[in-house]
Write a protein that binds this ligand. Structure first.
Ligand code: ADP
Ligand code: MG
Length: 263
């Protein structure tokens, strides 16, 4: 995580090649119901190491549920999800380990309101990973530098803009040295002028080889940063394609309809 985020205008992303024979995440025949609603309907996909997968789809199609299932914030009815070869744990210590391995960034930044930005970022490494305060603070400052808000470290979340808070939330998830980061509409709660600073941070992570699954409505980001688009509708992955394929030649009528409404 040494290089600064590339500016949004830079379209030449330097991507890390991923090894498709040994994916980081394997999702196999996953089903979940909420009562009569089949919210995840036979989901099968993989996420390669260093891959950036962008999940698109209409509201209510199951995108958040899929993210939450990968982080074991939701249970699944059937099927399997493995992270780095290990099935998702049921509970206990392994669940804490999983939560460290799989970072999650939400639409609402979910920072601890009464703790400083620095404390927000060091809390997990000290409590869960057993880092010393000094080491955790050094690492946290490097991460805050990385997301461009090192000068805000001593402030409370409420003293930061929305874009800065979301970058702090990204730094907090990076502090656990995750293998994968899930981002569920990370810019949807932001004022328009703050969206790009968060997208630039995400592009920087992608260029550094971080494995990411991002739900977003930012089609510019999807086109530029995604290695693969997963298009969901009615709890199913309806289309899986490169951004080039998906945006220029969507195969399904559901995807064509979706794109005609947003572009
Ligand atoms: P998306 O993120 O694509 O908008 P979600 O995964 O949030 O979709 O939700 C998919 C569907 O599941 C929606 O119809 C939603 O109302 C429903 N749903 C989500 N969470 C719950 C829940 N806890 N209980 C019942 N229904 C839910
Ligand atoms: Mg959602």
């Amino acid at each position: 995580l040494g290089t600064p985020a590339s500016p949004t205008g830079d379209t030449t992303a330097i991507r890390v090649q991923h090894d498709e024979t040994d994916p980081l995440v394997v999702i196999s025949e996953v089903n979940k119901h909420y009562g009569d609603l089949h919210v995840l309907n036979n989901i099968n996909t993989t996420v390669g190491r260093g891959e950036v997968v962008v999940v698109l789809g209409p509201s209510g199609s199951g995108k958040s549920t899929l993210c939450r299932a990968i982080n074991r914030l939701e249970t699944i009815d059937s099927g399997t999800i493995t992270i780095d070869g290990t099935p998702l744990p049921e509970e206990g210590k392994q669940l804490a380990r999983l939560r460290a391995d799989v970072g999650m960034v939400f639409q609402s930044f979910n920072l601890f309101a009464h703790k400083t930005i620095l404390e927000n970022v060091t809390l997990g490494p000290i409590k869960v990973s057993g880092m010393t305060k000094k080491d955790a603070e050094e690492h946290a400052m490097a991460l805050l530098e990385r997301v461009g808000i090192a000068n805000q470290a001593k402030k409370l979340p409420s003293q930061l803009s929305g874009g800065q808070q979301q970058r702090a939330a990204i730094a907090r998830s990076l502090a656990m040295r995750p293998k994968l980061i899930l981002l569920d509409e990370p810019t949807s709660a932001l004022d328009p002028e703050m969206i790009n600073e968060v997208l630039d941070t995400m592009i920087g992570l992608a260029n550094d080889g971080m494995t990411m699954v991002a739900v977003t409505h930012e089609m510019g980001f999807a086109r530029r940063a995604a290695d693969r688009i997963l298009f969901m509708a009615d709890g199913q992955i309806v289309e899986e394609a490169t951004p080039e394929q998906f945006f220029t030649d969507p195969k399904t009528s559901r995807a064509q309809d979706f794109l005609s409404k947003i572009i």
